[in-house]
Design a protein around this ligand. Structure first.
Ligand SMILES: Cc1ncc(COP(=O)(O)O)c(C=O)c1O
Length: 371
């Protein structure tokens, strides 16, 4: 689905030097590149505070720990997302409440979200799925109306711009009270291992999250609150700092591949190409089509037989996952989520796709669906 080797080879000299520099410095934990990267990421996103951590799942956990939520408090999240978003809610003994997604954006549907609010609701976790921004203006309005926290799961959309109706713009991940992201290698900004970050403009939340990520420590060996150990390795920070300079160019390459797919698939009645809402520019972490009237799993297998990777993100929605049986969500009516779950398929999208590869992929997709 991605070609991180070719991408690495284009910046190899700079990356190799940065890694060797860290090894020579032996500052493997919290070395200068970690602070430099956090600073540069703040400049890029416009977030006042960036706290790096070990991965995107920890980022969500630390964010939720900082909000002072109590066991049984409800957190609303889309059912159609990666498990990390919802798993941490249950891990912290909070109650995940699943909302529907919009069939066009694949992101949380504000109508379903508002309906899910109860007196126990404390927070909302919208997910910018596949690199498409959730409707943050509507979500923030709902959050303000009911006095709820918003944590944006921006693991799949770093670099995405959001335009508000008053003409102002923000990067996704900096609109809610807290934003989180992942540097999993296949992400738009991918490390050579695990990594994550948390964004906020709130000084007090930033201080608390910094502490939580470091054993609740205020100064060495003085621990004020219960935290965890979640650090971005210096080597990963050094690599990410180099890749950050290329992030916009990486996203442009992804958009170019998406444009190619869109053009070839336009007018194909069995393929619904990804919607691009006027309020944001799609970061195309994934290029996910909806098949209607064609066998999705059959296409998945046909592509694999032709050495073309494709993925089903995600075959089982959150409300039907066994781990959430205790919440009784499996019986919840989620027609849009269920419909999407059986019809979506993601095609290869990355920074190194060339026209020959795109031509081969689209040819094979069309051969299967029109056979
Ligand atoms: C939407 C979403 N949230 C959270 C995560 C968790 O990130 P990580 O794998 O870095 O823990 C991911 C990454 O796979 C993701 O796609």
């Amino acid at each position: 689905m991605v070609d991180t080797r070719t991408q690495y080879h284009k910046i190899k000299a700079e990356v190799d030097k940065a890694v060797i520099d860290v090894m020579e410095s032996t500052a493997f934990i919290n070395g200068k590149p970690v602070q430099d990267f956090a600073k540069n990421l703040s400049v890029y996103t416009g977030a006042k505070h960036t706290i790096t951590c070990a991965n995107g799942t920890d980022a969500l956990q630390i964010a939720m720990m900082a909000l002072g939520l109590q066991p049984g408090d409800e957190v609303i999240t889309p059912s159609f997302t990666y498990i990390a978003t919802t798993e941490v809610i249950a891990l912290l003994k909070l109650t995940p409440v699943f909302a529907e997604v919009d069939v066009k954006t694949f992101c949380i549907d504000p109508v379903s979200l508002e309906k899910a609010i109860t007196s126990k609701t404390k927070a909302i976790v919208p997910v910018h799925l596949y690199g498409h921004a959730a409707p943050m203006e509507e979500i923030m309005a709902i959050a303000n109306k009911y006095n709820l926290y918003v944590i944006e799961d921006n693991a799949q959309a770093i670099g995405c711009d959001y335009s508000f109706s008053d003409g102002t713009k923000s990067k996704t991940g900096t609109i809610g009270h807290i934003g989180t992201t992942s540097f999993y290698p296949s992400k738009n900004l991918g490390a050579f291992g695990d990594g994550g970050a948390i964004f906020t403009n709130d000084d007090s939340l930033a201080g608390k999250m910094k502490k939580i990520a470091n054993h609740g420590q205020s100064k060495k060996y003085y621990h004020d609150i219960v935290g965890c150990n979640s650090r971005l390795d210096t080597i990963q920070a050094a690599i990410l700092d180099i890749k950050l300079k290329h992030l916009d160019e990486y996203i442009t390459a992804r958009r170019k591949a998406a444009d190619y797919y869109d053009k070839i698939f336009s007018g194909q009645p069995k393929i619904k190409t990804p919607y691009r809402a006027p309020y944001s520019n799609h970061a195309f972490h994934q290029y996910t089509i909806i098949l209607d009237g064609a066998d999705r799993d059959g296409l998945n297998k046909f592509l694999a037989d032709n050495n073309i990777p494709s993925m089903i993100y995600y075959p089982v929605p959150g409300h039907k996952q066994k781990m959430f049986e205790q919440f009784g969500s499996a019986s919840q009516e989620m027609p849009v989520t269920d419909w999407l779950t059986s019809r979506v398929i993601s095609l290869p999208i990355h920074t190194e796709l060339d026209e020959e590869q795109l031509n081969f992929i689209t040819l094979k997709v069309l051969e299967y669906i029109n056979k």
